[in-house]
Each structure stands twice: as C-alpha cells, then as structure tokens.
Design a protein around this ligand. Sequence first.
Ligand SMILES: [Zn+2]
Length: 377
Amino acid sequence: MKNNIIELAQNLIRRPSISPDDQGCQQVIAERLEKLGFNIEWLPFNDTLNLWATHGNSAPIVAFAGHTDVVPTGDESLWTYPPFSAEIVGDMLYGRGAADMKGSLAAMVVAAEEFVKANPNHAGTIALLITSDEEAAAKDGTVRVVETLMERGEKIDYCMVGEPSSTQKLGDVVKNGRRGSITGNLYIEGIQGHVAYPHLAENPVHKAVLFLHDLTTYQWDNGNEFFPPTSLQIANIHAGTGSNNVIPGELFMQFNLRYCTEVTDEIIKNKVAEMLAKHGLKHRIEWNLSGKPFLTTPGKLVNAVVQSLEKVAKITPQLDTGGGTSDARFIALMGGEVVELGPLNATIHKVDECVNLTDLATLGEVYQQMLENLLNQ
Ligand SMILES: [Zn+2]
C-alpha cells in the first residue's frame, strides 16, 4: 500500500496544477478507479474540473473529498528542491501540494482501491468527490457538485475530507466542524464641510463612535461545547481626505465575524441593523457570507474515524473546529456527517512543503479501516 500511495502522490505533485488548472491529475485518478469498476462522472463548471466517482448503488454513500489544485509556489529559487519534482529525501516527500493535499488524495484513492479489491460486493456506495478550485475562488468546484447531487436527490451520508488537520503527530486532530465567516462592508454617511463651519457639515466619525462601541462590545453568544464564542473584529476603517481642515463626508469600515452555531448570519445581520437604527446612522451596508458554520456531533462517522485512528495509528484524536474555512462547509449543506483528517499542516502553502511517507501510509490504512467500520459491520 505504501509504495502505491507514494507513486500516485509523486505523479500528482509532478503536475503543476495551480488553482484551478487540474493538469490531468483527475484523469490519472479516474483511470485507476475505472479499472476497479467505479462509475466515472465528470462535472466541469467553467474553468474548474470536478470528478464524481462511485462504486456501489445503495445507501449509505461514504465519500472521500479532496482537491487537486495547489497554491502558487512563490519564488522557486527559495525551494531546496524544485516544487514540482516530488523529491524524496529520507522519509519525506517534497513539493507543492505534498501536504495540501495530493498526499492525502493519493492515500484516499489507494484506500478505496484496496477496500474494493478486498470487498467487491460491499454494502453501500464508496464515492470520491474531487475538485480543482478549492484554493482559489471555490465557486465552481465542490459547491456546484453538491448542488448537482442535491438536485438529483442524492446525498453523501458520511464524508471524509482530506485536508491536513494534524498538528504535531498524524491523527492528533480531527476537525468535526468549522466556524462560519461573514464580512460587513459598512459606509456611514455624513456631510463634508470645513472644520471651521461644523454647523454646515455632519461628521460621520463622531456619529459612528457610540455605534462602534456597541458593535465591538456586544456579546454574541458564549460559544458551546465545540465552538469558542463568536468574535467580531474590525479589519479596516477609514474616513477623511488627509487634510486637517475637512470634515469627512463618509466613514468606511469593514468587519468580519467568525461565528459559531449559536447564531446565524440572519441573526447577525438583524442585530447590526438594529444597532445602526438605534444610533440613527444614515448608511449602506454590503454583506459577504464566505461560509456558514457546521458541526458534526460525535456519531457514526466520528466514532468510525476515532476507532480507526486508535486501531491503526495508536492515537486518540482531539476533535476541533478551529482554523479557516474548507470545502467541508459545502458538503455539510447536504445534512450528512462530515469530518476532516489529513497529514500535518506545518508546511502547507509554504516554501519546501513536505509530507512524511510513513504518515501517508498510515493515513491510507486509517481511511481503509474507516470504510471497513462504516460499510462492513
Ligand atoms: Zn487544501
């Protein structure tokens, strides 16, 4: 299994698939799976390639999800080994995408292959959902595949996303949820004028002060067992022309909330509107929702993954919902259970990105054991 995973990971890393250009990675995977009887479906949207491969026709659907695209390398001369050469040094495999996430992608594909070879008539369906735009816009990838599946009345019951979740040791962290992220772009209007004639102007900074106090001190919630409390941060604020004798005509501010499952984007928008109204501020506001929060409470999938890690890797993972957003937020919209488990994230998006080969082999065994637990018991 180990050599199989390494070879596939190297093959994928040698294709410079800067988001959203797949560079033939998904073709390599599709050809392998097709040989084992997987049904291959291509779901391209605009410049993004998506693969939906399935084996079996019944419920439950257990899916692996991942992406073939990588972030740019930056200055290649800073890399110890060329970023698309997939160099192996000792027990480490180097290259852009080694940890995020061509390594775990290779582990998933080989785990699915091994499981199907050993259990050709397994219960349920094994699926792979692979996209090429996770790192960039994330508009034509997983989200569109999920929409397509939902339109057809199909639903992923259990989904393993291969994002690099581990921090110190393989399997020490499994992500079972993510916070939501929403941004507000707020323009508070005043009337520009001469500072010597304030009665002819209206200063939006002065008018906004008490509102800002309310906004930044409001306690949205207390968090819960799985999430820290919702937090609002002002990221940008600006008013004024640069001159000391002009009262600004407008104040712009941008704030972002990382929010937990105790509130919703609707609750947040309504509360901000209420604060603006309380202070009588003339304004306009644009909201940008990057992702709703989701949570997979310990149940069948979490248990299957924890048991697999304990059995194969001899480690009990910590369940965690920290970090930024990932494509898991889209898959969770289907209402199934979603978790993320992948290799160490210490070098992702960095120069000299690398992954440990023993970890990849262990990861493949854990993925395969997870299939055993979900489909063969
Ligand atoms: Zn990733």
